[in-house]
Design a protein around this ligand. Structure first.
Ligand code: GDP
Ligand code: IMO
Ligand code: MG
Length: 427
């Protein structure tokens, strides 16, 4: 079982970090392949909480080599902070490898992210403001700055200058901002060079050699299927490809290397930022899910929008990523509800459908059709086998599995590493 991808099957924050951490002691590499520090992956190990933004969740495990692939955009200040923060808590990050081809988020990308959001006003995306979109835009525009540029000061200075030649025009003339000094930016990036240099690697080669040798590589998705720039609820998406196929592009391995694709799905639905969300609850029930589920962003602290489980959303991710497994998280949060609605279809302008609509307009007009399931009162956080779960809880789980259409392999019943019910082994 050499290549396994873990992705979010909804709109992010499904518990990908915890799922990755759980597998990390049995894999040789854990690889982040997309996104940047817009991600926030929380792990709870021996009662200690860790919030990771850029580093793969496998970092907490000595046996696995943590890798940042070419598909990730890296804010060097954040990376240094994260490495130092873990170091202070006794976590060894010395094995970290960073792709020479990964792009850098420079300070001006954050400025652009914030001013464009302000400029969009009511039409804003609700980004995390971390400069992720502008850094990817520059990559595609072919004026980006890469990790390998840290190895050549003169090239790096030229590239920053070239990028800012254009950006300063826009910042000054369109957004009424002060021009940014390329020298200052280059100095700030180069200040990290000595530290980063030993970590820079030909990641594609390292991973392919490892796979050739029968080693196990786990690709940890950030964001989620429905935040994918191509397959998500565009334009309310992130600027990368968090889908399973993104693991190949964002690390340099071929599609035939991927043996298993695991979708993480929360027992209800959440979303941060703007964009359609048919099952969103604007009432006391939504408030209850938010407070009982502690649904506040790991990265920005924003309250997450909350709603019932939407089987159409997850089924679309199962289909487009050929998910071999799903992993259900936060089931414990649903304890105590008498009844739990599950969205099994949409009414779109009077027509019933059980598939996500093709167009954005239809999606905006979709009203959920619910099937109401019986809830359970028991605290399930101590359960470790399926049989220990209350019968109505078992029925809820099995119904979700049936609706999304692929094998359910595990269930999260609490934030701790050990709080899990496994149904099928993932490795
Ligand atoms: P990610 O971005 O997909 O890694 O998810 P986040 O870490 O942003 O959000 C998931 C939150 O739920 C974190 O605070 C986790 O510690 C927590 N969590 C993960 N799985 C479970 C679970 O099964 N039950 C409970 N109660 N919390 C969980
Ligand atoms: P993890 O990995 C939830 C959302 C933002 C915004 C949109 C675009 O923790 O699941 P961006 O800053 O990427 O340009 O913002 O995407 N978003 C996330 N929402 N979880 C995440 O990551 C997210 N990363 C980005 O809220 O709506
Ligand atoms: Mg998160």
């Amino acid at each position: 079982m050499p290549g396994i991808v873990v992705i979010g099957a909804q709109w992010g924050d499904e518990g990908k970090g915890k799922a990755t951490d759980q597998l990390a002691d049995r894999v040789d590499f854990t690889v982040r392949y997309s996104g940047g520090n817009n991600a926030g992956h929380t792990l709870v190990v021996n009662g200690q909480k860790y919030a990771l933004h850029l580093l793969p969740s496998g970092i907490l495990n000595r046996n696995s080599t943590p890798v940042i692939g070419n598909g990730v955009v890296i804010d060097l200040d954040v990376l240094a902070e994260e490495i130092d923060g873990l170091g202070a808590r006794g976590v060894d990050t010395a094995k970290l490898l960073i792709s020479a081809n990964a792009h850098i988020i420079a300070p001006y990308h954050k400025t652009i992210d914030k001013v464009t959001e302000r400029f969009l006003g009511k039409r804003k995306i609700g980004t995390t403001g971390r400069g992720v979109g502008p850094a990817y835009a520059e990559k595609i525009h072919r004026v980006g700055i890469r990790i390998q540029d840290l190895l050549d000061e003169s090239i790096l200075r030229q590239k920053v200058e070239a990028a800012l030649d254009q950006k300063n025009q826009v910042l000054v003339k369109v957004y009424n901002q002060r021009a940014i000094d390329p020298r200052e930016v280059a100095d700030r990036l180069l200040a990290h060079a000595d530290r980063i240099r030993p970590m820079i690697a030909d990641v594609a080669r390292v991973l392919n050699d490892a796979l050739d040798g029968g080693q196990v590589v786990l690709f940890e998705g950030a964001q989620a299927h429905h935040l994918d720039v191509d397959h998500g609820t565009y334009p309310y998406v992130t600027s990368s490809n968090p889908i399973a196929a993104g693991a190949c592009i964002g690390s340099g391995v071929g599609p035939t290397r991927i043996d298993r694709t695991v979708g993480i799905m929360k027992a209800y639905t959440t979303r941060v930022g703007e964009g359609p969300f048919p099952t969103e609850l604007h009432d006391a029930d939504g408030e209850r899910l938010r407070s009982e589920g502690a649904e506040f962003g790991t990265t920005t602290g924003r309250p997450r929008r909350c709603g019932w489980f939407d089987a159409l959303v997850v089924e679309a991710a199962v289909s487009a990523n050929a998910l071999t497994d799903v992993f259900l998280t936060k089931l414990d949060i649903l304890s105590g509800w008498k009844q739990i609605p599950v969205c099994v279809g949409y009414d779109v302008n009077g027509k019933r459908t059980n598939r996500l609509p093709m167009t954005q307009t239809e999606f905006h007009h979709a009203t959920p059709v619910y099937e109401v399931m019986e809830g359970w009162a028991e605290d399930i956080s101590g359960c470790r086998t399926f049989d220990e779960l209350p019968k109505s809880c078992q029925r809820y789980v099995r119904r979700l599995e049936e609706l999304v259409g692929t094998q359910l392999s595990g269930i999260g019943v609490g934030p701790g590493r050990e709080q899990v019910v496994m149904l099928h082994d993932l490795l």
